[in-house]
Design a protein around this ligand. Structure first.
Ligand code: MTE
Ligand code: MOS
Length: 780
């Protein structure tokens, strides 16, 4: 450490160029660990002595009354140390986040094939799994009729949440008075998160009635609470840690809880460390995923394709419990407008209860399901009146004076017009449209299609109080910096962005800043890392913490260097006042000796939000993120196979904190959304209710081969008008809506098989079977 007398004060002739730490591409902080296999996921944590392994015995039937579980027989299986059932849960048997309707282990009623009924704890994982797999043999139940589809459940009024209505104007009257009318029914399937690291929790007993739980979760604070409730404990007895997830995609926002609770209950009961890691098939069978939606709509429009009135029912398949289905539906209703002005609109959301896995968050959180409906409607209108769907979209865009959403928020700083115009130009849309028409005219088997779709996505949690975050920044006496914040790292690069923000604030290179694992004993009462708000919230909180430290260092620096505190520049690893400079490291060492606090907390709460949950009215979003994509596809009308030949994306991330990470997020979201809409099909057995597509052998996520052959992703570089962290915008979810263009380009190609103005009845996902059915339908 430097003695004060040694403190070197540098003098430079010219002020050096600033070295900003934000707005520059930086590798993901753990990229080198990801690729070398050194990144520690929960199953990589060295196992503590005496670790036991849990496995779950699953319900073999979709619906029924649980009569008995032969626990004695299960206990006698090799290696089995204990068997837990609902009766062994000391506190509340619930892992549901909002409505307490989600048992950890089945209690009385069996609700879906795959529901955890008991947990086996054994000396090793294989033995635990063997005993768990005997569920069919050892569970006695009386079957009851099961309802497996949302339509069926809705028809008999079976729901997990009350209906939600969002309306403006008089939609029915506007439709009746409109020159044209279109009625439709459509459905889109669900989607499995398919995080590469499956659900896992590892619970370690600590002294004096406490537990440390390593959990792969987007929501450590909620895991802490639910575990405490399940044990009948206080929150301070439970610490939840998450270094990183191997993907979450919404699937570990609430649904990591079941695994955390089972591991915790077992660890507490046996006073031994217990790990619960389920395999891929069980992960599919136990946990829920994106809600599939059924739609029924009527719209009235003018001869130019402008929507005058729209009425829509949205029925989501929630599965057996509420989970996050209410906020998912709220976001769906708040995104039905997408980029369009709907003067008269009436939306009705119904959350159907089925005897299947409980559906949950998935990238976009209902937003994609809402917006996709209006895109299908506009495509249908355009085909009906024989116009390019792009023109009909543009005519319906929000614009000056027609810029209030159905939920009452004004669309400020609307980029959709200029962004779309630029993309039309850079993608050569109009020339390619003509070229594709010419190609299709002479190509009977292979057909090409083109579509441009826009995105407007509201950023913030729809629940006001969740929009808060905390952070801790520690500066050590050697000048190195450690930041801890409430967000979780799931591959999206949040830690990298937060480290950049802190580095920027303190004027040190980002290599000098390290982010530590998310930990409920550090920052308390955190929100889920979700709704794409991770860097908005935690970036601001970390900035606040770093700024406080800088402000404490400033008087000392000013004293050492001479000059005013507010003229100091923290940059490039030093602090400058005009031509004089002191190293950050030296300044910090001196500050320590002067007993200046070198660590700080930081806090942030998003301003200006309000939301009336009952009326679905207010200002739920801090700002909107915009984007648009043009997709060109090739369809083989004999096999139904499709290929994305080219995709041009222009996406708004405000002033990017890290363009490389943001482009990665846009590309990943695009391909993930493309998978949802083209290849990922969920099939439940119509009689037994077993999810048949519960492994990659039958459930097809997109691979590198499915990526657009020619993929051109650009960022629309304009600072966020809202005062977000360094004027950036959230990027996690909005680009998932961009590949609507792929689905609609496929529809466009299929339309080329039929008569003029035909509207192909294409299902989603547009699998080869769905494409062939649509081709047959337009040719008939
Ligand atoms: N990117 C990766 N690599 N892995 C993920 O699990 N989840 C997505 C998105 N991008 C995800 C991802 C989802 S669902 C959300 S809400 C955001 O990241 C959350 O992180 P953020 O708020 O920091 O963007
Ligand atoms: Mo993302 S669906 O909000 O976890």
């Amino acid at each position: 450490m430097n003695k004060p007398a040694d403190l070197p004060i540098g003098v430079t002739a010219d002020a050096p160029a600033l070295q900003p730490q934000v707005g520059v591409s930086r590798a993901h902080e753990a990229a080198h660990l990801h690729v070398s296999g050194e990144a520690v996921y929960i199953d990589d944590i060295a196992e503590a002595h005496g670790t036991l392994h849990a496995a779950l015995g699953l319900s073999p039937i979709a619906h029924g009354t649980l009569v008995s579980i032969d626990v004695e027989q299960l206990r006698r299986q090799p290696g089995v140390v204990a068997v837990l059932t609902a009766a062994d849960i000391p506190g509340e048997n619930n892992c549901g986040p909002l409505v307490h309707d989600d048992p950890i282990l089945a209690d009385g009623e069996l609700r879906y094939v795959g529901q955890p009924v008991y947990a086996v704890i054994a000396t090793d994982r294989e033995l635990a799994r063997r005993a768990a797999a005997m569920a069919k043999q050892f569970i006695v139940a009386t079957p009851l009729p099961a309802v497996l589809t949302a339509r069926e459940a809705h028809a008999i009024g079976q729901c997990v949440i009350p209906p939600m209505h969002l309306a403006r104007g008089d939609a029915a009257a506007a439709i009746a008075a409109a020159p044209h009318r279109l009625d439709g029914e459509w459905a889109v399937g669900g989607q499995e998160q398919f995080y590469l690291e499956g659900q896992i929790s590892y619970a370690l007993p600590q002294e004096n009635q406490a537990l440390l739980i390593h959990c792969s979760t987007q929501h450590p604070s909620e895991m802490q609470q639910l575990v405490a409730h399940a044990l009948g404990w206080q929150s301070h007895q439970v610490t939840v840690q998450c270094r990183r997830m191997g993907g979450g995609f919404g699937g570990k926002e609430s649904q990591s809880a079941l695994f955390a609770c089972v591991a915790a209950i077992a660890a507490q009961r046996l006073r031994r460390p217990v790990k619960l890691r389920i395999d891929r098939d069980d992960d599919f069978l136990v946990t829920g995923r994106r809600h599939g939606f059924d739609y029924r709509w009527s719209v009235g429009f003018d001869p130019e394709g402008r929507i005058l009135g729209a009425e829509i029912d949205l029925i989501s398949n929630c599965g057996h419990s509420a989970d996050l289905s209410a906020p998912v539906m709220a976001r769906a209703l708040c995104h039905f407008d997408n980029a369009y002005w709907l003067p008269n609109v009436s939306m009705h959301g119904y959350g159907a209860k089925t005897h299947t896995q409980s559906n949950t968050a998935f990238r976009g959180f209902g937003g994609p399901q809402g917006a996709l409906a209006i895109e299908m409607i506009l495509d249908g209108i355009a085909r009906r009146i024989g116009l390019d769907p792009l023109l009909v979209r543009q005519r319906n865009f929000y614009r000056e004076g027609q810029d209030v959403t159905p939920y009452g928020q004004r669309v400020e700083d609307n980029l959709i017009g200029p962004l779309t115009d630029r993309l039309i130009e850079t993608s050569g849309y109009h020339a390619r449209r003509a070229e594709i028409a010419a190609f299709n005219a002479t190509s009977p088997v292979l057909k090409r299609g083109l579509a441009l779709t826009p995105v407007k996505f509201g950023i913030s949690f729809n629940v006001v109080h969740l929009n808060q975050a905390g952070a801790l920044v520690h500066v050590y006496t050697d000048g190195s910096v450690l930041v801890n914040h409430g967000g979780t790292e799931m591959g999206q690069g949040l830690n990298t962005k937060v480290a950049q923000v802190v580095a920027h604030e303190l004027g040190v290179p980002v290599s000098q800043v390290r982010a530590s694992a998310t930990d409920t004993s550090k920052v308390a009462n955190t929100s889920a890392t979700a709704a794409s708000t991770g860097s908005d919230l935690n970036g601001k909180a970390a900035q606040d913490a770093a700024r406080k430290i800088r402000q404490r260092l400033a008087p000392l620096a000013a004293r050492l260097l001479g000059g005013a505190e507010d003229a100091l520049v923290f940059d490039g690893g030093e602090v400058r006042a005009g031509a004089r400079a002191v190293g950050f490291k030296e300044l910090v060492a001196k500050a320590y000796l002067e007993r200046i606090q070198l660590w700080s907390d930081g806090f942030y709460a998003t301003p200006g939000l309000h939301w009336d949950r009952a009326k679905l009215q207010g200002n739920p979003f801090f700002y909107y993120a915009f984007g648009a994509a043009v997709a060109e596809v090739l369809v083989d009308t004999l096999t139904g196979e499709t290929r994305v030949l080219r995709a041009d994306v222009l996406h708004d991330v405000g002033q990017s904190l890290n363009p490389a990470l943001d482009i990665g997020q846009v590309e990943g979201a695009f391909v993930q959304g493309q998978g949802w809409l083209t290849s990922e099909e969920l099939v439940w057995h119509p009689q037994t209710g077993l999810l048949l597509t519960h492994a990659p052998s039958t459930y097809k996520i997109p691979t590198a081969n499915d990526m657009p052959r020619d993929f051109r992703v650009a960022l629309y570089d304009a600072p966020n008008a809202a005062d977000s962290i360094h004027r950036s915008k959230a990027v996690g979810e909005p680009p998932l809506l961009l590949p609507f263009s792929v689905l609609l380009a496929i529809k466009d190609a299929v339309a080329a098989c039929g008569p003029q103005r035909c509207d192909p009845p294409l299902r989603a996902p547009a699998t080869p079977e769905a494409v062939l059915d649509a081709v047959d339908a337009v040719r008939a």
